[in-house]
Write a protein that binds this ligand. Structure first.
Ligand code: NAP
Length: 307
């Protein structure tokens, strides 16, 4: 199948790029990937997306984005791109054995939750270890949980978990939160939330049969190790860009984000554009992702026109 524009990824950036590209008669095709709708589909209320004064549920917002893109002729497929070859034009992309070609490619593959890298974390993922409070909080009614991290995600998840859990411990490696004042206040004012300052997770104890039963925390100042009982632990320590596909194809920065040229969505390969969290260290918001998706479609349209 050949397309003028293929979009890889389906969060706010990808769908906004699709809306603009479709309205420019570029008939974009979107590969929605492993998490159709992107990260907003695993959150609840989105309170900061302009135009929704009462807030809107993340999955619903993404359904609206998708419908809007389809209305103008974008096509969507629930498939992941598994390989790309940007060394010649038209660009080649594969989903398994199926090969596709495109005159221009817009990358909006987003980012994924970062993990600590402990063996027990991998082993007990889904058995007491989680990276999504919205998805799994419900299972911890009247239980004791820990949340790791000190940014807005950790603060938000800790507050959210108080709806279910009886006790929420925030484990942060420093003595000061990175998250915003409003999120700090909201978390710390909640009597169920308390903070383990200057603490890092050394190990997670439990089995698939028992679930998580406790966690070993190390005091970063004294080196002392203590055991904290809990029924679940939520990782909220940031995200990594989803760029494995593009190693050796595009310029990536030291943290593996796609490098885009200043004030544009141009990558190191002409005709390949990147938008959203996959190229954004700084803002990482749905609205900024959507804005950069719009830019990518305009950049692609102008580039195609000039070629
Ligand atoms: P973040 O701001 O990068 O914070 C990550 C946190 O995890 C930091 O406190 C960091 O500690 C800690 N951390 C990182 N690696 C760690 C490790 N290996 N071990 C222990 N702790 C570790 O990520 P985020 O909280 O996901 O937020 C990302 C962006 O999304 C931010 O711009 C945020 O404002 C935004 N956001 C907004 C909302 C909202 O407005 N509703 C909600 C969620 C997120 P240090 O502080 O010591 O580096």
């Amino acid at each position: 199948m050949h397309k003028k524009v293929i979009i890889i990824g389906s969060g706010p950036a990808g769908f906004t790029a699709a809306i603009y590209a479709a309205r420019a008669n570029l008939e974009p095709h979107i590969f929605e990937g492993a998490q159709p709708g992107g990260q907003l589909t695993i959150t609840t209320d989105v309170e900061n997306y302009p135009g929704f004064p009462e807030g809107i549920m993340g999955p619903q917002l993404m359904d609206e984005f998708r419908s809007q893109a389809k209305r103008f002729g974008a096509t969507c497929e629930f498939k992941s791109i598994t390989k790309v070859d940007f060394s010649q034009r038209p660009f080649k992309l594969w989903s398994g054995d199926d090969e596709y070609t495109a005159d221009a490619v817009i990358i909006s593959t987003g980012a994924s939750a970062r993990l600590l890298g402990l063996d027990a974390e991998k082993e007990l993922m889904g058995f007491g270890v989680s990276a999504c409070a919205t998805c799994d909080g419900f299972f911890y009614k009247d239980k004791k949980v820990l949340v790791v991290g000190g940014g807005d995600s950790a603060l938000e998840e800790a507050t959210f978990l108080t709806k279910f859990a009886s006790d929420v411990g925030l484990v942060h490696r420093r003595d000061e939160f990175r998250g915003s004042q409003i999120m700090r206040d909201r978390a710390l004012e909640n009597p169920k939330v308390h903070v383990h300052w200057n603490s890092v997770v050394e190990d997670i104890i439990g089995t698939k049969e028992t679930g998580v039963t406790s966690v070993k925390l190390k005091d970063t100042q004294t080196g002392e190790i203590r055991e904290e009982t809990c029924d679940g632990i939520f990782m909220a320590i940031g995200h990594n860009p989803n760029t494995d596909l593009f190693v050796n194809q595009l310029d990536l920065d030291g943290a593996n984000y796609i490098v885009t040229k200043p004030d544009s969505t141009y990558t190191s390969i002409e005709g390949v554009f990147a938008c959203g969290d996959v190229q954004d260290h700084t803002y990482r918001q749905a609205i900024t992702a959507a804005g950069s998706g719009c830019k990518a479609a305009i950049d692609a349209e102008r580039w195609l026109e000039s070629h």
